[in-house]
Design a protein around this ligand. Structure first.
Ligand code: HEM
Length: 400
């Protein structure tokens, strides 16, 4: 089906365009990228009946356009498809309301502030590598790429260390299990029961300077931000930064393991890590799908998107569009002029991007410093968890 052919608006035409697409399928990135390629070429706007139905945008220009146009593509129903059980603030808000809440989380995540976190992020990273000492084979997600963002986020928010196990266990399940999974639902209840208690503790605490303390004492329109809104913001900060950062670290290590010539270049010149961080985000695109709802009828690539239609913006596909990126299917160390969509675009652009980049850079510097050579033990054991965030969640490595 070529959606750029003239559109006659008939139900038969729409039915012909119907091509089911499931972002939850756990296919490997090569398969998913081939699927994106096929759609960008032949049907850049398609309609899927999965998860309540949505229009899927796969070209860079359309993905960019939809994310930038918040008047036409609303976030108010959430970025998850199907809709998440709980609104995440400020992600699930449109301007101008969005701005009022977004500005509460910006200061501790601003670049100058995040630069101050480097010593403790590095210390945590080294601690995780020390704990691996003596082992030459391990699952690098389980032992390194997953716990690092969990520990960093805990410290940022001010959640006590004795809750690390609870947060790690519940968020891992919630990020990787299919929506509606009974065990994950139970984990959700456990996590939110704890977070409710945590918010109450922070309200009564005037002595802390962590992010949770600042949110519980913040005001919007002259009113203290209520507990349920603080909880929603904490949940977004927890979920926004965990599975995503894990996916980027793990994806970069797999690329280097599979491309010894690139690993040799990085070993010879460590500054290549810093200049490749954006390229790693582009290539791995951990946050690969974002949901929106059209607020009016629009045509995209000659295809109708009706008012009220759920729209899925494929960041992953846009980031692999050869119309925008030369050698789009190659992770090009040090790629310049990299206007990727990996952290989103416009007012919702990732609030934690500087922290994510810091973690990615420190993680790669320290890992490669410790293990100059490594390889994937068995590619058939690599596992990708699907969803809006698509990320590696099992990577057995052999290091030397
Ligand atoms: C590699 C890691 C990360 C990736 C790929 C990523 C990606 C994204 C993307 C694509 C968005 C836009 C969502 C939308 O338009 O609906 C976003 C928003 C957001 N991210 Fe990240 N993120 C990462 C790490 C983090 C971290 C570490 C944090 C926090 C500590 C964080 C917090 C947020 C928040 C709060 C938002 C909502 C911003 C808003 O709606 O104004 N993210 N992220």
């Amino acid at each position: 089906v070529t959606s750029t052919e003239s559109f006659d608006g008939s139900p038969a035409y729409l039915a012909a365009l119907e091509q089911d697409y499931d972002h939850f399928a756990d296919d490997i990135p090569e398969q998913r990228r081939a699927e994106w390629h096929r759609r960008r070429q032949s049907c850049p706007v398609s309609y899927s009946s999965f998860h309540g139905g949505f229009a899927l945008l796969t070209r860079y220009e359309d993905a960019y356009g939809a994310l930038a146009d918040t008047d036409t593509f609303s976030s108010a129903s959430g970025a998850g498809i199907p809709r998440q059980p709980m609104a995440l603030i400020p992600e699930d808000m449109d301007p101008p309301q969005h701005r009022k809440y977004r500005q509460l989380i910006n200061p501790p995540l601003a670049p100058q502030q995040v630069a101050l976190y480097e010593p403790w992020v590095r210390e945590m990273t080294i601690g995780l590598l020390d704990a691996l000492d003596g082992q030459n084979r391990f699952d690098v997600v389980e032992r390194f790429a997953r716990p690092l963002p969990q520990m960093v986020t805990l410290k940022l928010l001010g959640i006590p260390w004795d809750r690390l196990d609870l947060v790690a266990r519940t968020t891992t399940l919630l990020s990787t299990a299919p929506r509606g999974n009974a065990e994950a639902d139970q984990a959700g209840i456990e996590l939110f029961t704890y977070l409710t208690q945590f918010v109450a503790e922070k309200r009564a605490d005037d002595s802390s300077d962590d992010m949770a303390a600042s949110l519980t004492h913040a005001e919007v329109d002259g009113e203290l931000v209520p507990d349920d809104v603080v909880l929603s913001m904490l949940a977004l900060l927890l979920f926004g930064g965990l599975h995503t950062t894990t996916g980027a670290i793990a994806g970069a290590l797999v690329w280097l393991a599979d491309h010894p010539e690139d690993l040799a270049r990085v070993n010879a010149d460590r500054s290549l890590i810093g200049s490749s961080i954006d390229e790693i985000i582009r290539f791995t695109s951990p946050s690969s799908h974002l949901g929106r709802v059209a607020t009016k009828d629009v045509m995209i690539q000659g295809c109708p998107v009706h008012k009220g239609q759920t729209v899925m913006v494929s960041i992953g596909s846009g980031n692999h569009d050869p119309e925008k990126f030369e050698h789009a299917e190659t992770l090009m160390l040090g790629r310049r002029a990299n206007h990727h969509l990996g952290f989103g675009i416009g007012p919702h652009r990732c609030a934690g991007s500087h922290l994510a980049k810091l973690q990615l850079q420190v993680a790669l510097e320290e890992f490669i410093g410790r293990y100059p050579s490594f390889r994937v033990e068995d590619h058939s054991l690599l596992h990708y968890a699907g969803g809006e965030v698509r990320s590696l969640d099992r990577v057995p490595l052999i290091v030397s």
